[in-house]
Design a protein around this ligand. Structure first.
Ligand code: TXA
Ligand code: MG
Length: 341
């Protein structure tokens, strides 16, 4: 049954907290992307998240805290190196997977004996969690398979009529989801690259990298269940194009589509749009600026839908620093259709 979705302003955070205390779900901004939150300790409330998103039950949720003191009840152990990472990166875009306590319902952890936890670096998120008095389980507030929302209107487009409220905090900061790090193995294992980079983590402790982040067959069983689902997909057929000679290759490949009247787009750095006069350009920002690209990425994928593109070619970027997270999302958007030139 459709519900009326309220768009709440920052001044109305108490209304959002009241809904959450009532066992409801509410979308809220974080510094990465918007989350769809519910009381992490209330099984029935958390089930509503899965319903609203159409999320597979075997994909665990991240638990968002306001202070480190809340962790005492949620996890059974914190390795010393994990504490060092908390000191350095919390609040911030780093999710640590730790052994869970019995307080966390199975639905949150999707039956795993671990739980992913982070303290978000966003004043409204922190105020909301503090006001509710409990930790919030929250995945990204998109329909499953759609690009994560970086603006309240993206949440509206996906979940309007399905959730009671969206707390509008404007555009999110980083634009990509948090880094997910498994701290139950030694060395710690990077499960999802994100706002805190691999290089930043490696400066403090040794890290192994789960190879599924570079793309893997959907049959494999990745350590992070969420990584096996197609994510971030626009409606267009997407090709990720790598290498030196992308304009020639994209020009050649687009011919066939243009001939039969398809709408063809290209996602590339601002300066390079002129290399593709016959295609609709989705500009990624000034050449090489990975942090600007990160903030725009999901919006551009949604723009592709708004423009009704049938085919989208994306020029790949360097995999250093934030580029690792960006390329991880682009590979998923392209559903592993990668062309090397
Ligand atoms: O930035 C973010 O992380 C955003 C904001 C809202 O905090 N949240 C987010 O949640 O991206 P979601 O559900 O879209 O992605 C969570 C990822 C999934 O890939 C999931 O499989 C993984 O984290 N994950 C969660 N708990 C885990 C666990 N116990 N073990 C392994 N992976 C886990
Ligand atoms: Mg997500």
């Amino acid at each position: 049954m459709a519900v009326k979705t309220m768009m709440l302003t920052a001044e109305e955070v108490e209304k959002a907290a009241a809904l959450l205390r009532n066992g409801e779900v509410v979308a809220f901004p974080t510094e990465t992307v918007y989350g769809l939150g519910a009381n992490a300790l209330d099984r029935e409330a958390v089930e509503k998240i899965f319903q609203a998103k159409g999320r597979p039950q075997d994909n665990p949720l991240i638990v968002h805290c306001f202070t480190r003191a809340q962790l005492t009840d949620l996890v059974t152990e914190i390795p010393p190196e994990a504490k060092i990472l908390m000191d350095k990166f919390w609040p911030g875009p780093l999710t640590l997977v730790l052994p869970k306590s019995a307080a966390i319902p199975q639905v949150v952890s999707a039956g795993l004996d671990t739980v992913g936890i982070r303290i978000p670096d966003h004043p409204l998120a922190l105020e909301l969690i503090q006001k509710t008095g409990f930790p919030l389980a929250a995945p990204s507030a998109n329909l499953s398979g759609r690009p994560s929302p970086t603006r309240a209107e993206h949440v509206w487009a996906d979940l309007q009529g399905k959730i009671p409220a969206i707390l509008d905090g404007g555009e999110t900061g980083w634009g990509l989801e948090s880094t997910v790090l498994d701290c139950t193995v030694k060395p710690f294992r990077l499960l999802r690259p994100g706002g805190v980079t691999l290089e930043e983590l490696q400066a403090l402790t040794s890290i192994q990298v789960d190879t599924t982040i570079y793309g893997a067959s959907l049959d494999a069983t990745p350590a992070s269940p969420g990584m096996k689902y197609q994510h971030y997909a626009p409606q267009a057929e997407v090709f990720l194009v790598l290498g030196q000679n992308t304009p020639a290759k994209i020009g050649e490949l687009s011919e066939d589509y243009l001939e039969v009247g398809k709408r063809v787009g290209v996602m590339t750095w601002d300066e390079r749009c002129q290399l593709y006069p016959r295609l609709t350009c989705l500009p990624m920002g000034p050449s090489g600026d990975l942090s600007i690209l990160a903030t725009k990425l999901y919006h551009l994928l949604r723009e592709s839908d708004r423009l009704g593109l049938d085919v989208l070619f994306i020029e790949g970027v360097s995999e250093e620093h934030l580029g690792l997270a960006i390329m991880n999302r682009l590979r998923k958007a392209a559903n592993e259709q990668v062309i090397h030139t």
